[in-house]
Design a protein around this ligand. Structure first.
Ligand SMILES: [Zn+2]
Length: 457
């Protein structure tokens, strides 16, 4: 007998939307069919009127746990994810104590988080100056990808020079492991900020001028040039501007192994939001012009930008303060968004642009699963995959309110946003992990080691 049968839902399949039944046993999807008559289950749910989407995967979150848990922690942030329809998060390797620089640290972090996460989780490893000898160990421990900064990172997580990046990509290319990059040019940022502070220019517009589009483009161009020499797979994190997306599009046309992510905030907000509404809208790379924001959408639609993540990067309100000696430069850069990414993206894609729900499933579930070594378990409503899915009410209007946020620090740039289409229930491996304000008593998320790709000959 089945454990669970979901019937009469609009199933968002990888290639079509199908009215039918989803059968679950032992935490896995065992069947998808139009028929119900022959199927018996311990529990049957009538999903009439709902879309059933595969569980969403946020491939870029900073839950700050362990180490910086005054900003957020796994118990809070993973509840937020569950409430927002996200069943797997891939947590970043920095803003952790210690940074995830070795396979051993990664295993320790995975063990620590087991029992603290309401959703399944995979882990980024570090790609920093001091861990050259540990890259393969990280891959073997199940790291989903390794994160590298071409700009100045926010902690003592060291960034790499181009020569070092080439060296590391050569090592990684023999394994097929993915390297993810924060692309802003270190020199331009560093010298720009220094000059501004020297001249007493500390306003938000000065932050925007330093974190220029040119700086992001320069870093991406340099990185693609390196990749051309070394081989391997790279993932460009948080692409903020269509001109950057264009560089990636060309690299893909040349069959380089480049994938890319943007974040919901680059598709919904612009530089005026930051200038007028303040440091809650500060991030790096920063929000761009309205025209750029609107144009960036086309690169999601045409597949250049493979994934949409939250880059959930919480902090305290005090850390958003601009009154210190560095002015606007001193405020924390990062937005809290893991809970509201699916509803915000659904509204933008389906309601505003008339896109198919298939696009939502692709960029928020299938593509991250494929890119980060989780495909086969996560990323689609397919037999044999984990029974991770979301009920979405496409008619339900919403406004994001601070009191609904599950984060430790209940503020976000997304508060006040309105739209239509809300995730109302979330299932992880066949169990309900969120419905009507209710979560499981205990966190049940598992560590998902990424599959080590076969060596590339
Ligand atoms: Zn980030």
């Amino acid at each position: 007998m089945l454990d669970l049968l979901i019937k009469n839902g609009q199933l968002v399949y990888p290639t079509e939307i199908k009215y039918g039944c989803l059968a679950v046993k032992d935490g896995k999807i065992v069947d998808i069919s139009d028929e119900t008559s022959s199927l018996e289950a311990k529990k049957v749910i009538d999903a009439k009127g709902f879309y059933i989407l595969p569980g969403m995967i946020d491939d870029h979150v900073h839950f700050n746990d362990p180490g910086f848990t005054w900003r957020d922690d796994f118990p809070h942030a993973s509840r937020a994810a569950a409430r927002g329809g996200i069943t797997t998060v891939i947590d970043m390797s920095m803003q952790n104590v210690p940074a995830v620089a070795t396979g051993q640290i990664l295993q320790k972090k995975a063990a620590y988080l087991t029992g603290r996460s309401y959703v399944d989780f995979a882990l980024w490893g570090a790609l920093i100056r001091t861990n050259r000898a540990h890259l393969l160990g990280l891959a073997e421990a199940g790291a989903a990808a390794l994160k590298c900064f071409m700009s100045e990172p926010s902690s003592d997580y060291t960034s790499l020079w181009p020569k070092e990046i080439a060296d590391r990509l050569k090592i990684l290319s023999s394994t097929g492991i993915l390297a993810g990059f924060h692309c802003e040019d270190y020199h331009l940022l560093k010298s720009g900020e220094k000059a501004c502070l020297r001249d007493g220019k500390k306003a938000r517009k000065d932050v925007l001028a330093v974190h220029s589009v040119a700086s992001e483009k320069k870093a991406v161009q340099e990185l693609i040039g390196i990749l051309r020499q070394t081989g391997g797979r790279i993932h460009i994190c948080h692409v903020s501007h269509p001109e950057v997306a264009m560089l990636i599009k060309r690299a893909k046309q040349q069959e380089l192994h480049v994938t890319a992510e943007t974040c919901l905030h680059y598709l919904l907000f612009d530089d005026e939001d930051y200038l007028k509404r303040g440091p809650l809208f500060k991030c790096a790379p920063p929000l761009r012009s309205k025209a750029a924001m609107q144009d960036l959408w086309h690169y999601v639609e045409d597949g250049t930008l493979d994934t949409v993540a939250s880059d959930h990067s919480p902090c305290t309100l005090e850390e958003k303060d601009e009154s210190g000696p560095k002015g606007a430069f001193g405020a924390w850069g990062g937005l809290s968004g893991v809970q509201t990414t699916l509803q915000g993206f659904w509204n933008l894609a389906v309601e505003e642009h008339g896109a198919s729900p298939l696009l939502v499933a692709k960029v928020l579930s299938e593509n991250p699963a494929r890119i980060f070594g989780l495909w086969g378990r996560k990323g689609a409503l397919l037999p044999g995959f984990d029974a991770d899915f979301v009920f979405l009410d496409a008619e339900r209007g919403w406004e994001i309110k601070a009191k609904q946020l599950e984060y430790l620090n209940k503020f976000s740039a997304f508060v006040g946003l309105q739209g239509t289409g809300l995730p109302v229930a979330t299932y992880l491996r066949g169990r309900c992990i969120y419905e009507d304000g209710v979560f499981p008593e205990k966190p049940q998320g598992h560590f998902m080691p990424a599959k080590l790709p076969e060596p590339i000959e």
